[in-house]
Write a protein that binds this ligand. Sequence first.
Ligand code: ZN
Ligand code: ZN
Length: 245
Amino acid sequence: MAIIRFLGTGSGYPHPDRGSSSVLVEGTDGALLIDAGEGCARRLAEEVLWKQEIRTILLTHAHADHSAGLPMLLNGMKADRRTSPLELIAPMGLLEGWESFLPAIRLGEDRLTFPLELRELKPGRYNTSSGHKLDAWTNDHLPADREGRGGSYSLAVEIESEKWVFSGDLGSLEPLEGKLDRAAGLVVETRHVDPNQAVQLAKKAGIGTILLTHISADQDTPPIDDAIWAWDNLVVYTRDSGKSI
Ligand SMILES: [Zn+2]
Ligand SMILES: [Zn+2]
């Protein structure tokens, strides 16, 4: 059984009840954190999960609502005197940005108590240090630069033999087409695409669990059949646990 926990379900503008994008996925060798929006460290502390071993952090793209919580996570790990390595996967450009900025806030490699292993996010398959197999592909939210660096990514993650798709930020639903086959769950952002159309696409692919996230303070969240609007600290169980949400 694995748990998927939403730490932040808001988007790029401060929301009184929602942190920015962040989802924690349990794994065999530690947890995988998909995006580290502001407030993710606080949510972990709130749920007494702070001590849970995050082994891999994957940032889907450069926007601040997906990455600005990283420094406080690292700061907390340093204060705990963590020693085990932490894998940080992100598009090049963002990765280089953090590499030069972290020393300025006293979180460079000479200050951290643990190795920070930087790994470029590019289209393709990965075995993460957290024990997950995942497939990453670019979508149309944020263009890559001329060298093909940067961009925004969607992911298919194998979680306890179930396939879960996490959309990342989108420009349209097109990048998800053909990627949803045999998926047990879809976590889809709704700031930049129509949630009803996203749900239709997921239902056409036979997906059983559809979670809508990345919600702005000014966004309506009317009930949608067969889908759930995610909220911070929502916990979702993989199928073999006999529980669901
Ligand atoms: Zn966003
Ligand atoms: Zn974005």
